[in-house]
Design a protein around this ligand. Sequence first.
Ligand code: 13P
Length: 251
Amino acid sequence: MRKNIVAGNWKMNKNLQEGLELATELNEALKGKTVNCDVIIGTPFIHLASVAKAVDLNKIGVAAQNCADKESGAYTGEVSAAMVASTGAQYVILGHSERRAYYGETAETLKEKVKLALANGLTPIFCIGEVLEEREAEKHFDVVKSQVEASLFDLSADDFSKVVLAYEPVWAIGTGKTASPAQAQEMHAFIRATLAEKYGQDIANNTSILYGGSANAGNAKELFSNPDVDGGLIGGASLGVDKFMPIIEAF
Ligand code: 13P
């Protein structure tokens, strides 16, 4: 079922105490409130187990920001999908442009990560998006299509239907430069059409496609009012309840 989702991506911010404080504060803010979207927070690995214990998991989903492309074994420093799941986290953000750009993640490794996430019962929040040069060269549709095809189109329809997508134009991330609602809608509709070609209209209609890139309390409502924008993946504005709650309440 297609859901509205507002997901925070804390990136490499907040030590454990600060993260617990933020999660607890958000939990309090949501207590007794009915909101029109699922709320997720993507924390650093070391926070996951404590945050999952501190929040009402029926109201706040917990996500890792990455997982390993191997099941287990001699991979020093890596964290497996099974380990993430064992903390109580239900989601994992995969393929974020920062991981692709700074840590050399490729379509092939991401394919493995997605499979392992699904095999361990995690919902992947799979990120795609073009860089500025690609948009300027009008290659953004091709780039996004090939990112989806290369890492996800090996999945069975049943597995694919468990994936959440996040369109994050790289030029909009952390830059204060948001895609216009029209640019977001245009790309989201294109992505949904691409999914429909491969998996059929039903699965395409039921896939949540989030927008990410300088989304905030001021622009969330307009972005989310587009028919193919099912929510947001929020970086900077997820780091304080005062900034994050208004985005949740934009639905
Ligand atoms: P900002 O909201 O800080 O631009 O980050 C977006 C993002 O990368 C979320 O994953």
